[in-house]
Write a protein that binds this ligand. Structure first.
Ligand SMILES: *[C@@H]1O[C@H](CO)[C@@H](O)[C@H](O)[C@H]1NC(C)=O
Ligand SMILES: *[C@@H]1O[C@H](CO)[C@@H](O)[C@H](O)[C@H]1NC(C)=O
Length: 358
């Protein structure tokens, strides 16, 4: 806690110094006005969309959600159904899939005019199987308008304790699963000259964390994929969104908690737990607004701003904020690194002391 207050003070001081050094302090009210204007404009745009579509933003659109039988994926599917979409969820477990489909079905805003389907598919398989499933799906119900890649899992273990098979499985599911699904829908989206692809990465897709050598690598990979695809698909009116949620209260998170190392727990302790409904709603809003990043909470926003570097821009205001904030935030990151390093050293010392006693 003391540490956080310290960081907050440094942050405020460095922002003030930074802003006053690049120009004069009167830029601050200008920024505040810009921010308010930006928020107002977005709010107005959203209202307009809701009005013009009448029955919902995704009325009569095909939405495919992978990992749609639980967690964030299920919440995305429910929110899309509430907005009038025809939703197909993809997951591995048939029983869970059917239960989730019924739940999504009851969330539809227009029961007769909407179709909720499910496909049993293991996304860690070869590309041919995935392509076949998508081809069948699009043959039955027309081109996909929005693909949301939520399927994924997380494990926490040190590199020497992680089996090569586990790393391969994680890479296959978290990265290749998303890559293959995107590859399968891109041709029809390009042809239709419209579409949205969403990748669900994580805050661990922006910074490396103790115990996540395998998981972080798969989530970093998604950022590279999303950035490249955004450039490739922009001329075809297809937008790409990268969601970077913090720890989310899902069944997957509960399993992950049990395997978490002490260091990892201490390092990730500062972030709270957000609900999957909030992550899902934000993700859909950002995808419909064609924002590249989708974040939840101020921590996630700050981290994304710090790591935005050469990432695609969503608005002029975003560019101004990122330009002004990146420098001071980099300064704050030094304190976090110092803090994380001291946790790791302390845990190691305690462990060695315990060994000596026994
Ligand atoms: C959505 O589902 C309804 C009901 O099955 C169908 O009439 C409509 O054509 C579908 N829309 C699209 C875009 O496939
Ligand atoms: C681009 O896609 C959006 C829907 O995502 C659509 O409303 C718009 O008309 C499309 N623009 C062009 C030029 O096709």
């Amino acid at each position: 806690m003391k540490h956080l207050i310290f960081v907050a003070i440094i942050l405020i001081l460095s922002i003030v110094f930074y802003v006053s050094s690049i120009s004069h302090l009167h830029i601050v009210p200008v920024l505040v006005i810009l921010l308010i204007f930006d928020k107002y404009k977005r709010g107005a745009k959203k209202e307009l969309k809701a009005e013009s579509s009448g029955k919902g933003l995704l009325f009569n659109k095909n939405v495919i959600v992978t990992g749609g039988s639980s967690g964030i994926g299920k919440c995305v599917a429910i929110a899309a159904a509430e907005n009038g979409a025809n939703v197909t969820i993809i997951a591995r477990n048939p029983e869970k899939l059917v239960i989730a489909r019924d739940e999504i079905d009851s969330a539809c805003c227009n029961k007769i005019g909407q179709r909720i389907g499910c496909v049993v598919l293991d996304l860690s398989q070869d590309y041919e199987d995935i392509e076949e499933a998508f081809t069948d799906l699009e043959k039955q119900q027309g081109p996909c308008y929005m693909l949301v890649n939520c399927a994924g899992m997380s494990i926490c273990s040190k590199i020497e304790d992680t089996s090569p098979d586990l790393v391969k499985h994680l890479m296959n599911l978290n990265f290749l699963g998303s890559y293959y699904c995107a590859k399968a829908v891109v041709p029809s989206m390009k042809l239709a000259k419209r579409g949205k692809i969403v990748f669900v990465s994580s805050q661990a897709g922006l910074l490396g964390i103790f115990g996540y050598s395998a998981y972080c690598a798969t989530k970093f990979a998604l950022k590279g994929l999303a950035e490249s695809l955004a450039m490739e698909l922009a001329p075809y009116n297809v937008s790409v969104t990268l969601s970077l949620p913090p720890d989310t209260d899902t069944p997957g998170y509960v399993v992950e908690e049990q395997s978490k190392l002490v260091e990892t727990k201490l390092i990730s302790a500062s972030g709270g737990l957000v609900s999957p409904e909030i992550v899902a709603r934000r993700l859909l809003d950002d995808a419909l607004d064609e924002n590249f990043f989708s974040t939840v909470g101020w921590e996630s926003y700050v981290l994304t701003t710090l790591c935005s570097g050469m990432s695609p821009l969503s608005s002029f205001f975003e560019l101004i904020f990122q330009t002004l904030l990146m420098g001071p935030l980099k300064m704050c990151s030094a304190f976090f690194h110092y803090h994380f390093k001291s946790i790791v050293i302390q845990c190691m010392t305690e462990r060695e002391n315990r060994k000596k006693i026994h």
